[in-house]
Design a binder for this molecule. Structure first.
Ligand code: HT7
Ligand code: ZN
Length: 890
């Protein structure tokens, strides 16, 4: 397979200044005519011919300056045009086949409507083109289609003409005034309706906002619209960035490979990130919609106005835009200033990073934030590019403060508006705006793997000095990461010192004239460095890496008592949570080792007491308490073991859940009662916090040997729920309790749930997912349930959301069952990867990644995983899946 390397980048030999596209939409055969103004690129080496990319197209004709041009050749990857002048008009007619396009890349049909998805390389499946992000053009698009079947015709920019045609057809012409790369092109046609709003932006201009959906979904669009309006105002206030088009559209589609797509002025969304009302969507769904609507909107500046030179620079737009959406959500949670509320979002984000990105960094797909090579670019829309990339952007803000970061952003737009640029360009803007040399910081973009920072401390009571020594290294990185590691990083390391009474001590570093502040960002630049605090009255307890100031692992041997003290006292809410997680992780890993050795399990009372304090501390926000009381996940724990043993981890975690449920039964019941939210549903973060904590209490109560309280509460909650959060939590609790008892209630509730929501595909996805992730036992393996559900009339592999709800939920969300000792989970995985590969390689490759950490498991599991991987390697045909399994087996 062909490897594409960053080092091989060369500018395009030709530029395309403008494109006029004409579409005659027919599901089986859509005719496309493209007329382009092409010229040689003065900044590139001269080329003998023009090479355009094209895939799955039928070529009809090629003309230059209006005359047929026979000197051309269509081939598997595109079209070569010989004998071209320096500047010319190139017209190409071709045909694509949307109805048979199951890849969901290019132009395709979903529920009888037409949609496009062009990022990263889908435009070449629509017409022959220089389909690369550094070729930016203005587009006019004429769409012709049957008016009754496709009454709505949309594309990027502004509608400039609409007319009726003979034979029941009609046409619409769209004009996008902004230059854009082909990956931001979009077209939508079909039977859709819109929720509309008109708003004024900061300069006083009126804008039309639309959320387009199928008619029966119109009652689920309000939250997406409100999120869009909030995002528009937030970007004006925080970054001074205004919406630049007169019209901004969001369209929802149920068949979609990812979350959403930021096409200029015409964002296309997975229905999962648009549709919500209290009956169908959980609080998490509401929050995700706000985040994704924000994310795609923010791309309008970070991605669209300034785009990527090449796909190695993907994090330029994705890391930055994830950072922006994280900040937006944090501000929406708790306002710009409520530190504890903002910490809730920070904790959620760090949890994802540590569980998913750290794991990616430890395996065969490890790559730097700016990768050096790829086989299939779709495989590099990764946790590293997105989430670690966001952490890298966040570090600029941690180093320079919000104002310094804003100065850098302003300079970035001043320099690069309308350009396709690199991660280096972004770093230089941040450096120059703040008068800093950020040469060393470049390593965050070029080195893979998760740095470890070992911390040593020494208190000198006579001199009242406290020395903190930080040393950085990479751990036992995977070979893919090790190759990239060249030297120490610049690491912003936020620290506080806590006194005996639990209060922060004022901080003064050696050489500073006076003490100032209680959190200090140390800049670690060497392999090892000592920072000495002076005037330290008493031996302090260090609060390390506050607010998770860098994407690293901190090694420091706190005692259990110290962790309990931090959990109770740290002024940094993130580190309070972190202390609880460290305490739990340490206990759980010790228990997992015992479970693996078939030794009896026991949990120290002091650990129960530490959790009891959080559970009963009504001065803490419910959302924070919920997060603090959720134990580290099974995959995260397995990843910490020398050899991952999912069964042992599951036993240990279940043991602790049951211990906490039993020892604190009265407290859980009291919390359940106290945080019930009677009355009408409110979608606020506060109300969501109460629901979250109450439902966590219910989940713990379902763990009791005698779960009758949980069953009673869950049945009542299920029947009286006025929102999906409560109804789904009640059903989950019944499923959990059914592992011991209430199979009848659980089955009844499952049937009721299905019938109630039969017409709501996103809710049926939840129905599949809940069953795929439920706890099983030897007598009741969940793979049997999953196999049975594969035959359910509502199941289909063709819809990615549905495939994810059943197959991915089982393979990634139910580790104890998926990693069954008999290898049945792996055989199922292999069957599904192969079946999906024939339909949709992007989705198949995502599933393929479920086994990439196979070398980290116990020997028996490892061998079974290898066999499954080899079977997929032998049978998969797409470049997407081959890259994943070949890297895993290498
Ligand atoms: N920029 C988008 C990434 C994307 C994508 C979206 C849908 C389908 C296929 C896709 N390939 C890449 C989404 C985003 O990050 O905003
Ligand atoms: Zn994005």
């Amino acid at each position: 397979s062909t490897v594409i390397r960053r080092a091989d980048y060369t500018p395009p030999a030709f530029l395309i200044d403008s494109v006029a596209l004409e579409f005659d939409l027919v599901p089986e055969r859509t005719f496309v005519k493209s007329t382009m103004r092409v010229r040689r690129n003065p900044d590139a080496a001269p080329a003998a011919r023009l090479d355009l990319m094209g895939e799955a197209l039928e070529l009809v004709s090629v003309a230059i300056d209006g005359a047929p041009h026979p000197a051309h050749r269509a081939h598997e990857h595109g079209l070569t045009v010989d004998n071209v002048p320096d500047a010319f008009e190139l017209s190409i007619e071709s045909v694509c086949k949307p109805a048979e396009n199951t890849t969901l890349s290019g132009l395709y049909v979903s529920s009888g409507n037409f949609f496009t998805q062009c990022e990263a390389e889908g435009f070449r499946r629509i017409t022959y083109f220089l389909d690369r992000p550094d070729v930016m053009s203005t587009y006019t698009v004429t769409i012709r289609a049957d008016k009754a079947a496709y009454p709505v015709l949309l594309s990027n920019g502004n509608l400039v003409e609409a007319s009726d045609l003979p034979d029941g057809r009609h046409a619409a012409k769209w004009d996008d005034p902004f230059k854009k790369p082909s990956y931001l092109f979009a077209l939508v046609a079909g039977k859709l309706v819109a929720l509309e709003e008109r708003i004024r932006t900061s300069s006083g201009k009126e804008k039309l906002l639309q959320v387009w959906v199928e008619p029966h979904d119109l009652d689920k669009t309000r939250h997406a619209m409100d999120s869009l309006i909030d995002a528009i105002h937030w970007d004006e206030e925080r970054f001074g960035l205004e919406l630049d088009l007169d019209r901004f559209m969001i369209v929802a589609v149920s068949d979609f490979n990812m979350g959403a797509m930021e096409n200029k002025g015409l964002n296309i969304f997975n229905t999962k990130y648009v549709l919500a009302n209290p009956e169908t969507a959980t609080d998490t769904d509401f929050a995700n919609i706000e985040a994704v609507v924000g994310h795609e909107y923010f791309h309008n500046w970070t991605g669209n106005r300034v785009t990527c030179r090449d796909w190695f620079q993907l994090s330029l737009k994705e890391g930055l835009t994830v950072f922006r959406d994280q900040e937006f959500s944090a501000d929406m949670q708790g306002g710009a200033t409520d530190g504890a509320a903002r910490a809730v979002k920070r904790i959620e984000d760090v949890r994802v990073l540590r569980q998913m990105q750290f794991a990616e960094d430890a395996g065969p797909m490890a790559h730097p934030v700016r990768p050096e090579s790829y086989v299939e670019i779709n495989n590099f829309y990764t946790m590293t590019v997105y989430e670690k990339g966001a952490e890298v952007v966040r570090m600029y803000q941690t180093l320079f403060g919000r104002e310094g970061f804003r100065r850098g952003m302003d300079l970035y737009f001043k320099r690069h508006d309308g350009q396709a640029v690199t991660c280096d360009d972004f770093r230089h803007a941040l450096a120059d705006a703040n008068g800093r040399d950020l040469t060393q910081f470049e390593r965050w973009y070029s080195q893979a793997g998760t740095p470890r920072i070992a911390v040593r401390t020494a208190y000198d009571s006579a001199a009242r000095r406290y020395a903190v020594t930080l040393s950085q290294r990479y751990g036992d990185a995977a070979p893919a990461a090790r190759e990239t590691q060249k030297g120490p990083l610049l690491i912003p390391f936020a620290i506080g010192l806590i006194g005996r009474d639990g209060a922060d001590l004022p901080l003064r570093l050696e050489g500073e004239p006076a003490a100032g502040g209680t959190t200090r960002v140390l800049e670690l630049t060497e392999a090892e460095q000592t920072f000495t605090f002076v005037d330290v009255e008493q031996p302090p307890l260090p609060s390390l890496l506050r607010n998770f100031s860098a994407p690293v692992i901190v090694e420091y041997d706190y005692t259990n008592d110290e962790l309990a003290f931090l959990l109770a006292n740290d002024s940094d809410a993130f580190n309070r949570w972190e202390a609880g997680q460290r305490l739990a992780t340490r206990e759980l890993l010790a228990l997992a080792e015992r479970a693996a050795a078939n030794e009896p399990l026991s949990l120290d009372d002091s650990v129960v007491a530490a959790f009891a304090r959080v559970l009963t501390d009504e001065s803490l926000s419910p959302a924070f308490r919920e997060l603090a009381l959720v134990l580290p996940s099974e995959p995260y724990l397995a990843e910490q073991m020398a050899e991952a043993d999912p069964a042992a981890v599951h036993m240990a975690r279940q043991f602790v859940r049951q211990r906490l449920a039993t020892a604190l039964r009265e407290e859980w019941l009291a919390v359940y009662a106290r945080h019930e939210t009677p009355g009408p549903f409110e979608p606020t973060p506060q109300a969501a916090g109460h629901r979250g904590l109450k439902n966590l209490a219910l989940a713990y109560l379902a763990e009791l040997d005698d779960p009758s309280d949980a069953i009673r509460l869950a049945v009542a909650q299920y029947d009286s729920a006025n929102n999906m959060t409560d109804r789904a939590a009640a059903l989950s609790a019944l499923l959990a309790a059914s592992a011991t008892r209430s199979a009848a209630q659980a089955d009844g509730a499952l049937d009721d749930f299905y019938r109630r929501f039969e017409r709501e595909p996103l809710v049926i996805d939840k129905w599949f997912a809940m069953q795929a992730t439920q706890r099983g036992s030897q007598e009741r393996p969940i793979i049997d349930t999953v196999r049975r559900l594969m035959g359910h009339p509502a199941f289909t592999l063709r819809n990615p959301n549905r495939a994810r709800s059943l197959i991915f939920s089982f393979c990634s969300g139910n580790p104890a069952q998926f990693h069954a000792a008999d290898g049945s989970g792996y055989a199922f995985w292999a069957d599904q990867v192969i079946a999906l590969d024939a339909l949709n390689p992007q989705v198949a490759a995502r599933l393929a990644r479920a086994l990439e950490l196979w070398r980290r498991y116990t020997p028996a599991l490892r061998e079974r995983m290898r066999a499954a991987l080899e079977r997929v390697a032998a049978q998969a045909s797409s470049r997407d899946v081959r890259e994943i399994v070949e890297k895993a087996l290498a």
